[in-house]
Design a protein around this ligand. Sequence first.
Ligand code: SF4
Length: 285
Amino acid sequence: MKLILSRTMGYCKGVSRALDLATSALQEAKDAHKPVYSLGKLIHNDDTCAFFADQGMQVITGAEGHEPGLVVLRAHGVPERVRSSFVEAGFDLVDATCPVVKHNLSRISAYAPTHTILIVGHPGHPETLAMRGVQCEGKVCDTILISGPEDVGTPEPSKSYVVFVQTTFDQGLWNTIQKALREWEQYGCTMLFANEVCPSSINRRQATLELTDACDAVVVIGGKESANTRALYQLVREKGKMAWHIENETEITDDMRSYDILGITAGASTPSLVIQRVIDRLQQE
Ligand code: SF4
């Protein structure tokens, strides 16, 4: 069996930066004798989360019931009321929101007074929740969520709409939704598309397409909750090739080794160490 690695896989810049900030927060909390938390799982990778848990970082879902300390806000961002609740409770924020995501959040609030805001994202995804939790003049901005083409109904005629997309959203799905939303212009609406899927996600997708063409089957490594990992898996399947979505080397099966050329790719929150372990295990007879 020959292994081919995707030319782009693993951490995006936003995730790398968040992990660096979380590592510094561990030390800072230790020096200050304060507890250290992450608001939700730092990334969609259990091994990495276990590493930070071993160092004393507790995963919490809110400020209530916890002794104030340092709290790391992860790369996807958080709704503003959540951020304020930690400040009011006396926590020190370590804001690891990816700068690209942060820029989008500030633009949502800037457009709120003049446009109806459409958010294209997965319901429940932290970045989508953050986008839907932006405030303007002390109030949560009204937003409409679109998760698939079936959510694109008909608009209110002659309205101005601005559309924001989750940075890790599947590019193919985004293209379809965008096309459907452009049809709203025939109702006299103004459609403004404020951002795009992150180039890091686009490159990873493109590299996976190339990899799929060059291989008989593809192993996609990443957390089971990771939207971008799931999208990569789906992409390979849509191209008619066999694929597996695994979290780490313990999920490798003999079936994977039965293909002549096996491709390897990984989502944006998969550590290089985990990728390497999968490669090593696959190469063992
Ligand atoms: S995918 Fe792009 S925008 Fe999203 S966290 Fe990573 S670098 Fe930032």
